[in-house]
Design a protein around this ligand. Structure first.
Ligand SMILES: NC(=O)c1ccc[n+]([C@@H]2O[C@H](COP(=O)([O-])OP(=O)(O)OC[C@H]3O[C@@H](n4cnc5c(N)ncnc54)[C@H](OP(=O)(O)O)[C@@H]3O)[C@@H](O)[C@H]2O)c1
Length: 340
């Protein structure tokens, strides 16, 4: 009776057909039905740490363009004010007075009391709690572990992990008290939160900690209707990246050399599309997507069929990548020994 569903004589061919249909159906369902879109951000309050430059600034402009009330925080008020002017400029085609919808607040996210105060100030200013947090403040100080101080490692952990914990701790109570649609915690991670290599021991540790924290929160908040999204961007042409390159070991740069670099606006557009499509583990390039799949970071339960089909390829590609990294490190080591 179900012969038309199983047109092949071979069980394997029928199995492949059924699996391919499941992949296609789950993909179509995600594209057409389970797509939250971005319209709900209009009139909502988005709180962005690290919103004064780089990716955070591009994201602030994206949310402002959608009609959101946007709070941007970082440590320097003068840079934040310039960022606000830039956002207003970029939103010149948007209706209403954009300047009224952008609030710059100075705050060091490594200090919980300052974050708590900024969140309270922002909520009072816009007369609404934070509906979406974008925890974007972060930085990499690459270096060989033996050459770095314990303080260097702790600084990255303080900013990249504890800074996100502080921001989440400050906004989640208000989010839970609200019934607004699409409340979301967005954590900006990195390709280094999915894979690890030379020069990034401290940075990777901080981004893996942040990812673990975010994924546990995702499960904790699922029943409250609060979404948790982690973004794993590749290298981006930002002031932070320029700074990072000043201390980057040659070996690290050589390993990274093969990966592309995005503008902050391109990286922001990819995250916005991820948010629109209901993707909770957003990557921006094929290699990072393969890393996500093998890491078990779940983009959406609806991805399961495609993820499973790609998993073996991912393992093979990343085994090749790890062998390449070892090769680069060993070659550099040999050259150094020859020079000594
Ligand atoms: N750029 C890349 O290649 C790349 C790649 C993968 C992932 N990422 C991640 O993407 C995120 C954004 O990177 P980016 O390159 O756009 O960074 P960026 O250009 O260095 O900007 C960082 C932002 O965070 C703020 N910030 C730094 N320390 C802070 C603190 N203690 N308290 C509050 N704000 C603080 C900075 O302002 P102040 O210094 O004035 O406080 C600035 O607004 C980071 O989480 C980074 O790890 C970046």
């Amino acid at each position: 009776m179900l012969g038309w569903l199983l047109p092949f004589d071979s069980t394997l061919a029928n199995g492949v057909l059924i699996y391919a249909s499941l992949v296609a159906l789950s993909w179509l369902y995600r594209r057409l039905v389970a797509r939250p879109g971005l319209a709900h951000f209009r009139g909502q309050h988005v709180f962005i740490t690290g919103g004064s430059q780089g990716l955070g600034l591009s994201l602030a402009a994206s949310f402002a363009r959608l009609g959101a009330n946007v709070t941007i925080v970082s440590r320097k008020l003068d840079v934040l004010n310039q960022a606000k002017a830039e956002i207003v400029k970029r939103c010149s085609a948007s209706p209403g007075n954009v300047a009224d919808r952008v609030l710059p607040l100075a705050c060091d996210v490594t200090q919980f009391e300052q974050v708590e105060k900024a969140v309270a100030q922002a909520a009072a200013h816009f007369k609404q709690p934070v509906h979406t947090l974008v925890a974007c403040a972060g930085s990499a100080m690459p270096g060989r572990f033996v050459d770095q101080s314990v303080d260097d490692i702790k600084r990255m952990m303080d900013l990249n992990h504890h800074g996100c914990v502080h921001a989440a701790k400050a906004v989640v109570p208000g989010m839970l008290a609200s019934s607004a649609k699409g409340r979301t915690l967005v954590f900006v991670n990195s390709g280094c939160g999915l894979t690890c290599f030379y020069g990034y021991a401290g940075y990777c540790a901080s981004k893996w900690a942040q990812r673990g924290f975010a994924e546990a929160l995702r499960n904790e908040l699922v029943a409250d209707g609060v979404r948790v999204c982690v973004y794993y961007p590749p290298n981006m042409d930002t002031p932070g990246f320029v700074e990072e390159n000043k201390t980057k070991p040659k070996v690290t740069a050589e390993i990274e050399g093969s990966s592309g670099i995005l503008t902050p606006d391109q990286a922001a557009a990819i995250l916005m599309e991820g948010l629109a499509s209901g993707n909770d583990a957003v990557t921006a390039d094929p290699l990072s997507e393969l890393a996500r799949i093998q890491s078990g970071s779940n983009a959406s339960p609806l991805n399961v069929f495609l993820d499973l089909a790609i998993l073996p390829i991912s393992r093979i590609v990343w085994t090749g990548a790890y062998l390449f990294m070892n090769h680069v490190v060993r070659s550099a080591h040999r050259q150094q020994q020859k020079r000594d």
